[in-house]
Design a protein around this ligand. Structure first.
Ligand code: SAH
Ligand code: SF4
Ligand code: F3S
Length: 439
């Protein structure tokens, strides 16, 4: 065969899918490379969650199509969410692209790549949900101290702004025995921290007769020897049940940190987004989480400028930011997505782009202040850092995270990677802390 390079755009689901692609192609003799110049096959794993992500696909693809001009034997593919959404259009537009398939093409990638030797391939069929063929093989490229493990595919929610349900299809839960096996394999390969991923992880198992619940899954994963830390993402505020809260109180390895996307602080906007919870419900969940795990640290996702969002609605989002005290947010300007229900709302009340931009700036400024305050509040305290690798900026400095997900840099060498080191925080910045080892 030859060498394969997978370029991942988008979320962690895509990162993991890219690894699963490499793992399966390895069975056919393909070697994974991280250098596209060396590759005989380049796959761009795309994201369509916002228009900007789609723009990124076009520019990334441009590079590889240029490369292909001087290396005619090379094959180029577009995979992932944009491929699912616009496959037919893309294969028509880019005559030099060899194959196009969506997220459900990942389990059949060997077949699809083989077929592309003979002819151009387009596959955007969704696979049968009963006995969904979750890929068991693991990424041949080393993943390091933190490993991501897929526990479900797709999404059954219908948030009106979101394209994910149409790019990834309906939800299916991966059998728990497979998940536990993969966790074990990751630990054997050197992982210390496991992040369980899916679009809506706390609905895990609910629709599969006989499957365990998400909370039970957390206990099973925690029982795997060698798992030091567990995180999960993303969960939906509506599905945060008492059993998950109990897991936060009881499971030592479950980190005191949660990314819980709220999207908006205004009930009117939440209703139009079809999130199926209120601001009050969200605050109640936060309260319960803090009772279960007083040191829990919260981050969120926010959309500003959703159709019909008034100044007052936006003030509710600003006040929620302070009321919860999020230590970090991914915040976005609403981006209209093809085929989503919010397009109809947009006809009735679009927020002017400059208004949305101003709101986003204000939100991000306040978030930056809160993030800085949080990192500063750690000054003088001792924290346990799981060392991930050398600092990208400073020689003789390593970095890693606290259980609460603060990024910490401190003097040390790479022999520390994989170990947990107790350090004292000396300075807090906006995105990270500085520390010294405790003697
Ligand atoms: N399943 C996850 C993540 C979905 S995509 C969840 O429900 O939380 C990640 C984030 O992108 C979302 O939380 C949302 O904040 C943002 N997002 C999704 N669609 C968007 C759109 N059309 N415009 C702007 N942001 C969007
Ligand atoms: Fe991930 Fe969503 Fe992008 Fe798909 S569209 S890759 S699920 S962020
Ligand atoms: Fe699903 Fe999240 Fe959207 S739960 S519908 S992907 S915001």
């Amino acid at each position: 065969m030859g060498k394969v390079f997978v370029h991942s755009l988008g979320c962690q689901m895509n990162e993991v899918d890219s690894g699963k692609i490499r793992a399966q192609l390895a069975l056919d003799g393909w070697t994974a490379t991280d250098d596209p110049e060396q590759a005989d096959l380049v796959l761009v794993n795309t994201c369509s969650v916002r228009e900007k992500a789609v723009d990124k696909m076009h520019s990334t693809l441009g590079e590889y199509r240029r490369m292909k001009r001087s290396r005619p034997g090379m094959r180029v593919g577009i995979v992932g969410c944009v491929a699912q959404e616009r496959g037919a259009e893309l294969i028509k537009k880019y005559r030099d692209v060899d194959l196009v398939f969506g997220p459900d093409g990942v389990p059949k990638v060997r077949e699809l790549v083989r077929a592309s030797e003979q002819q151009r391939v387009l596959d955007t069929e969704f696979l049968d949900l009963e006995a969904y063929p979750f890929v068991q093989e693991n990424d041949p490229l080393p993943s390091g101290i933190g490993a991501f493990v897929t526990i479900q595919k797709g999404c059954d929610n219908k948030c009106t702004f979101c394209i994910v349900p149409s790019t990834r299809g309906a939800e299916a839960s991966r059998p728990h025995a497979q998940i536990v096996d993969e966790v074990r394999a990751m630990v054997d390969a050197g992982a210390r921290e496991i992040t369980l991923i899916g679009q809506n992880v706390n609905s895990y198992g609910l629709k599969t007769p006989g499957e365990i619940t998400f909370a039970e899954l957390l206990y099973r994963v925690a029982a795997v020897p060698g798992v030091q830390r567990i995180r999960y993402t993303t969960s939906h505020p509506r599905d945060m049940g008492p059993d998950v809260l109990r897991a936060h109180a009881e499971i030592e390895a479950l980190c005191p940190q949660l990314h819980l996307p709220v999207q908006s602080g205004s009930n009117a906007v939440l209703r139009r987004m079809k999130r199926y919870y209120t601001r009050e419900h969200y605050l109640k969940v936060v309260d319960e989480l803090r009772r279960a795990r007083p040191d829990i640290v919260l981050t969120t996702d926010v959309i500003v400028g959703f159709p019909g969002e008034t100044d007052e609605d936006f003030e509710h989002t600003m006040s929620l930011l302070d009321e919860v005290g999020f230590v970090g947010s991914f915040s976005f300007k609403y981006s209209p997505r093809p085929g989503t229900p919010a397009l109809k709302l947009q006809e009735r009340g679009e927020v002017a782009p400059e208004v949305a931009s101003a709101r986003l700036l204000r939100y991000q400024d306040r978030q930056r202040e809160l993030s800085t305050e949080w990192h500063r509040s750690l000054e003088g305290t001792e924290v346990d850092v799981l060392v991930e690798g050398p600092s990208r900026h400073d020689e003789g400095v390593v970095c890693g995270r606290t259980p609460g997900f603060a990024m910490v840099n401190f003097p040390g060498d790479v022999s520390l990677v994989g170990s947990t080191v107790r350090v004292r925080v000396t300075r807090g910045f906006t995105h990270s802390c500085r520390a010294e080892p405790v003697a």
